[in-house]
Design a protein around this ligand. Structure first.
Ligand SMILES: [Zn+2]
Ligand SMILES: [Zn+2]
Length: 288
């Protein structure tokens, strides 16, 4: 039985967070200093700034760019200012907290040079597959376009990205289930979902990638109790993950505002983890 009552204050267990967004991506608030100050207040040991990396318009058609909200990322010319801002905070607070720089980026096969450039400028990269290239060369949206026929193409994108060695963590690996449709058009975690979940998990172990349990989908307290309706994390996915003892799992706030580094949503995720019995690593090592 799932106990839906989270213990208030559980988020205080969190000592490190490696997933945050700044105002530069156009759908978050705060700058590096706001997050670092908040993280110090919470007693964190480490905080990473990982805003959505710019997506060059040449990577897809205009329609695909719009369909996948690609302008909800920082402009290309912002990269160096962003890195500099993080470096300044890193230096300023070096005796209080460890500040890491990163990006959350997508992955399109063939564009490795660009991701490598981002990787070279930062401490690590989060991989967030919000869209993916299908077998016909079209870009599909992970929130709205995934069904039992194309879900393996989401999985292929995740695995191909892992193989590059450029990414440290696959964030919200279970995002494919957000608006998933099985063969009857229902949001049911079917055989296809089970199959691709196992393949993603096994690849994460093989390529030494962390999988992240993401806190950001819970926006209102009244959503907490209805776990089967969560957009993510998905209980069925993490029940499978639990069986893999070598899998490295971390929790990510995915904060889009400094105050979202703690709160009911983080409490709820820690409770979710305890209920499932997932083994969580508190500290992330940089492997690539
Ligand atoms: Zn975002
Ligand atoms: Zn994110």
């Amino acid at each position: 039985m799932y106990d839906t009552k989270s213990k208030v204050g559980d988020y205080m267990r969190m000592k490190n967070n490696y997933h945050t967004h700044l105002k530069y991506c156009n759908h978050a608030t705060g700058v590096t200093e706001d997050y670092v100050t908040e993280a110090i207040k919470l007693g964190f040991n480490e905080i990473a700034i990982t805003d959505h990396a710019p997506i060059p318009v040449a990577f897809m058609t205009k329609e695909e760019y719009k369909h996948n909200w690609c302008s909800d990322t920082m402009p290309l010319e912002f990269i160096d200012k962003y890195i500099k801002e993080i470096k300044t905070s890193k230096e300023l607070h070096k005796n209080e907290i460890k500040v890491l720089s990163g990006f959350e980026t997508e992955y399109i096969p063939g564009k490795e040079a660009y991701y490598k450039l981002l990787r070279d400028k930062t401490d690590f990269l989060n991989l967030g597959v919000h869209y993916f290239l299908n077998n016909k060369g079209h870009i599909l949206n992970t929130y709205g376009d995934v069904n039992y026929r194309n879900v393996h193409e989401y999985k292929d994108t995740c695995i191909k990205a892992m193989q590059t060695g450029l990414f440290n963590t696959l964030v919200h690996p279970d995002l494919f289930f957000y608006g998933y449709k099985d063969k009857n058009g229902n949001r049911v975690f079917d055989e296809e979902c089970i199959k691709i979940s196992k393949e993603i998990i096994e690849a994460a172990i093989k390529y030494n990638i962390y999988l992240e349990v993401n806190c950001n989908a819970l926006k209102k307290e009244e959503e907490v109790s209805d776990v089967s309706n969560w957009k993510y994390p998905i209980k069925e996915f993490w029940m499978i993950a639990k069986e893999y003892k070598d899998l490295k799992i971390i929790v990510g706030c995915d904060s889009h505002a400094p105050e979202r580094l703690s709160g009911f949503h983080v409490d709820a995720i820690y409770n979710f983890i305890d209920q499932i019995g997932l083994n969580i690593l508190e500290k992330m090592e940089i492997n690539h």
